[in-house]
Design a protein around this ligand. Sequence first.
Ligand SMILES: [Zn+2]
Length: 300
Amino acid sequence: MSFEPLTFTLIVKELTQRRLIMNFKRTLLTTLCISSLLACSTSPTGRNQLLFHSAGELNKMGAQSFEQMKQDVPISSDKAVNHFVQCVADQITKNVDSSVHQGEWEVVVFDSEQVNAFALPGGKIGIYTGILEVTENDDQLAAIMGHEVGHVIAQHSNERLSSGQLSQAALIIAGTAVAASDVDNEALWIAGLGLGIQYGILMPYGRTHETEADIIGQELMAKSGFNPQESVKLWQNMAKQSESSPPEFLSTHPSHQTRINGLTNNLKKTMPLYQGASFKPVCDKPIIPTPKKHEVATKS
Ligand SMILES: [Zn+2]
């Protein structure tokens, strides 16, 4: 798959469309769900979701995008760094239900100064060395990984992709000014997978998805034997770092304080999970070599 040029105008247009039709879409969603014409589902935190695509389709998209990333971004060959990331990933993925992904998860450390990480349907995890510089220990890396895998568990890619398609359908039905054909399917496709940031496109997951991934991620890290209190420290560190230059990872996320409050409130649920975890992994963080400067692959 190749990424076609995507202009900022296109994205702005898409965002405007979304706002215009939001209310209409809600009504339409409810109507369609009630009439059981479409695939309505419930997220792990109990939200109604509209999922048009099969897991197989999403896994294929995830795998293709991951291959593309591996071609575009340098991969770290540092043994100690890879060992550290794999050690955390092994524990986290072990505690993900097999209905989410069967078999091994593929974990790649990208040698880039970007403060970023992601997980994709189909069992793919990408960690940038830039984010390892911000994380102080294995618990904090587990918090990041838990959050990213949380997006996959809650099928946020499928939901975003479906929502984008519903927007187009709603546009046609509502007869609004912008023709659905103006929106490149591939743009929605990329945005659905949440890869917009890596590709310089401002099309992030919404706040609802971020908060949900935080909650799922904290539970996952705690069940995996990582101290969930460290997720709060991580975001405090991120907040400090972003005072000078906001990392890409944060630019699309809820405000630091909102996130820290949410994670702190959730500790009453996750600390017992952590205390009850049968295995407490120890993955020592090595010295992180200075990451490569990697230009974001903006194709526009
Ligand atoms: Zn996120």
